[in-house]
Design a protein. Structure first.
Length: 222
C-alpha cells in the first residue's frame, strides 16, 4: 500500500472534480443517505473527512452536535477548512489508527470511503471504539465487492480501465490505479460485517445499494 497521506495530498486539487465524474455525481446522494439515516447528536467525529462533505452535511441537518473532523492529508484538510465558514467544525490531522482524542468521548463517528485506506482495519476499528462512548454509533460507508459474477466483471472493467484513464487525463494515473485496487480488494458486506463483529461492535443495520456496490454499516459500541 502506498503512503496514503502522500497520495491524497497529491490529488487533493482534483479530488472533488474526479469524484463527481467517476460517480456520475451520485456520491452526493449516498452521503445524504448516510447523514440522514439516523438521528445524529452530541459529540460527532468524521474520520477520513477529506474535503469535509460529511461533516458539513451533519452541520446542515443536525444542529445539536459538536463537530470534529480529522484526516491525515493536510492538503485535503486545507480544502475542508476553507469551507468551514461558520467555524463550527474542529479539524485535526490524524490517522484513523492513531486518533488523538480521549477515551469514551464521541456519541457518533462516521467514516465515508476512508476505512479501506487504513494500513490496518483492525487497529482503525479498535481506535474508533476507544474514542466512542458506550452505546455510541459508528457509521461506515464503503464500496463493497459484489458476489454477482456479471456485476463483478462490469465493476472490474470500470475500476481498471475507466477510472485510471480518467486519472491519467489529470496526470494522476498511479494514484487512481491505487484507488481502484483498494476498492477491488475490499470486502463483501458479509465479510466486513464479520470484521465489525470481531472488533467488538454490535451491528444495527447493513444498507447495501447502488446495485450492491456501496454499503453503509451502522454499528454500536456495546
Ligand atoms: C476517498 S477519500 C474520502 C473523503 C471523504 N470522506 C468523502 O467521502 O469524500 C479518503 C480519505 O481517507 C484519508 N485517509 C487515508 N489514509 C487514512 C488513514 N490511515 N486514516 C484516516 N484517513 C485516511 C485520505 O487522506 C482521504 O482524505
Amino acid at each position: 500500500m502506498p503512503d496514503t497521506k502522500k497520495t491524497f495530498n497529491s490529488i487533493s486539487h482534483v479530488y472533488n472534480l474526479i469524484n463527481n465524474i467517476i460517480s456520475l455525481g451520485k456520491h452526493k446522494k449516498w452521503k445524504k443517505r448516510l447523514v440522514l439515516g439516523h438521528t445524529i447528536k452530541g459529540n460527532v467525529l468524521d474520520i477520513a473527512t477529506g474535503t469535509g462533505d460529511i461533516i458539513f452535511l451533519i452541520e446542515e441537518y443536525w444542529k445539536e452536535s459538536a463537530l470534529y473532523a480529522t484526516d491525515p492529508s493536510n492538503k485535503m484538510l486545507d480544502l475542508a477548512i476553507k469551507k468551514n465558514v461558520k467555524k463550527n467544525v474542529i479539524f485535526s490531522e490524524n490517522y484513523c489508527e492513531d486518533l488523538h482524542f480521549d477515551n469514551n468521548f464521541f456519541d457518533f463517528v462516521t467514516i465515508s470511503f476512508g476505512i479501506r485506506n487504513t494500513k490496518s482495519i483492525n487497529n482503525a476499528l479498535t481506535e474508533c471504539k476507544r474514542v466512542m462512548k458506550k452505546g455510541a454509533t459508528l457509521k461506515i460507508m464503503e464500496f463493497s465487492k459484489s458476489e454477482n459474477i456479471f456485476l463483478s466483471l462490469l465493476t472490474t472493467t470500470y475500476l481498471f480501465l475507466i477510472i485510471p484513464f480518467i486519472g491519467l487525463l489529470f496526470g494522476k494515473f498511479k494514484e487512481y490505479y491505487y484507488l481502484s485496487s483498494s476498492i477491488s480488494n475490499f470486502y463483501t458486506p458479509k465479510q466486513f460485517e464479520e470484521i465489525l463483529l470481531d472488533s467488538g461492535f454490535r451491528i444495527k443495520e447493513i444498507d447495501t445499494f447502488n446495485l450492491g456496490l456501496v454499503t453503509i454499516y451502522t454499528a454500536t459500541k456495546p
